[in-house]
Every structure is written in C-alpha cells, then in structure tokens.
Design a protein around this ligand. Structure first.
Ligand SMILES: [Zn+2]
Length: 289
C-alpha cells in the first residue's frame, strides 16, 4: 500500500514547463506544489474549493480607488486608442481609459451579478463568461490588460492565447499577478495574504510568467517587479500570522487597514531597496507587428 501522501510527494507536472513538481511545506502548515525548474507554484487540488469566491477580498472602496489610479498610470495610457481588459470587475480601470478617450472592451467570468460602471456598460464591448469562450479576435485592441487575473483562471495558457487574438499587430499585453518567487510565501508561509483568497490557484515566478508569454507567441517579453502594487500585503500577512482571521478577509478589519496605511511609507522604502520584497510581477509583451 502506498503512503497517503504519495500523490503529493510525486506532484502534478508543472503546468508551465511540465517538470515534476515537489511539495513545498510552508511555515505554519500546508504545502504548495513547486516546480524545481521554473519555480512556478500551484495550490494542491485539495486546497482549492471549486467555484468562484463569494466574497470580495480586500475590497475596501478607497483602497480600490488608489489601486486603480496607480494601475492606470503604470499602463502609460497616453497614446492608447483601444484597450481590452481580461477580468474587468466593476469596470473602474476601463472607465479611466474611456474617460481618456480610448475604445474599451473586456471579458469577465463573474460580472452578471456585480455592478459594473454604467458608462463602461454603455460604451464597452463586454463579454460575461470565461475568456476561453470568447471567439478569437472578438475585439481588437492595441493594449490588452489582465490585472490580478492569471492567478485565478482555469487555464492560463488558454487565457493568454486568447488575449493574443485580441491584440492588434504591434499591440502590447500587460498582466499583473502575485509573485510566488518573492519573499511573501517564504517569509509569511501559510499566513501570506495572497493565500487568503482560495481562488488564487497558482503563483507565477518571473521565469514561469515569461515562459507563458513566449508559449503564447508574444515577443519582447519582459517581467519586472512593481513597488506600487498590493500595498497592504505585508501588514495583512502579519495580521494573519498573529492569528487574525475573518470570513470577509483580514483587510475588513479597520485596525489592520489603519496599520497598512501607517506602514505604507516604510513598506515602499523597503521595496525600493530590496527587489525580492516586491509582491507583484508585471509581464509586458508585444504581438509581432
Ligand atoms: Zn515549471
């Protein structure tokens, strides 16, 4: 008879490079499947409940406004004539592009029951459903973005291949996703805030994210680490390490939120100096002209 954890010991093949994965036991309990070649991380199936999350994690409205403003600015919106967003959520990023004069469109699997910005709903070419179900080239844009979406989707290869069909020749793709190869999971272990959301089913490394883009046929592939994103990750992780748990997420705790605001300057200073403390990977790539 095989030991009960034999399946985990062998691991599924890496979904990016197909190497056999190994379990990585986290500080505080639990394990992730880690690829020894490209350092891609996946949650074991047993810790990924099926279906969509029914709570908005970290959904504080003023934080969301700051996050959207920072993301919009980082996308160098000047000169963008058309944008297509994978996972547009409430539409706040598309609304900014619309107000800046761009054509907008997007796809989101879970937007039937969530309020979408009315201007975005009226002017955007929107598709509610998984990105993989979109017909190829259903929209054309010179910028395709996916902000914290690749860690959720069923098949990141299919999502990226679909994104490429929405890109004009010479167009740009930008994806943000939590960094699985940074200090978050190493330092905080199972208390790492990115693990609070059970629909985060994978975490990319800079290497696995670049491989994904190359596999999808993109060129000029570049992966860097953002200072100005997920500003509350560290304080939220520390709160979880101290045992703070809430069904609606630790950031729903006003004390945690206040601590995050107070520590933001120190966190930013640390991230500016130490690349490995930056919690977000940014993939930028182009479709060949
Ligand atoms: Zn791999």
């Amino acid at each position: 008879m095989q030991p009960p954890d034999d399946r985990l010991e062998r691991g599924r093949p890496c979904e990016i490079c197909a190497a056999p994965t190994r379990p990585w036991h986290l500080l505080g309990g639990g394990a992730l499947e880690r690829c020894p070649v490209c350092r891609h991380l996946r949650r074991p199936l047993a810790s990924c409940p099926a279906g969509h999350r029914d709570l908005a994690y970290g959904g504080d409205p003023s934080l969301d406004r700051i996050r959207t403003a920072l993301t919009f600015r980082s996308l160098r919106p000047r000169g963008v004539r058309s944008v297509f967003e994978i996972g547009y959520g409430g539409g706040s990023l598309l609304r900014r592009f619309h107000d800046a004069g761009a054509q907008i469109g997007g796809v989101d699997p879970g937007q039937l029951d969530v309020d979408v910005d009315p201007v975005v709903r009226e002017h955007g070419r929107l598709w509610s459903g998984p990105a993989e179900d979109l017909p190829d080239g259903w929209a054309r844009a010179d910028l395709v973005v996916g902000i914290h979406v690749l860690e959720h989707v069923a098949d990141p290869h299919a999502t990226l291949r679909k994104a490429v069909t929405m890109l004009e020749p010479g167009g740009r793709a930008v994806f943000l996703t939590p960094a699985g190869d940074a200090w978050g999971p190493r330092t905080y272990g199972s208390a790492w805030w990115m693990l609070e959301d059970p629909t985060h089913v994978r975490f990319f490394s800079a290497d696995s994210l670049a491989r994904l883009a190359v596999d999808a046929g993109l060129t000029n592939v570049r992966v860097d680490r953002l200072v100005l994103d997920s500003l509350t990750t560290d304080v939220a992780s520390l709160a979880r390490a101290r045992g703070v748990r809430r069904p609606d997420g630790v950031l729903a705790d006003q004390r945690v939120l206040a601590a995050a605001a107070a520590s933001a300057p120190a966190v930013l200073a640390l991230r500016s100096l130490a690349r490995h403390t930056r919690p977000t990977l940014r993939l930028s790539a182009a479709r060949a002209a």
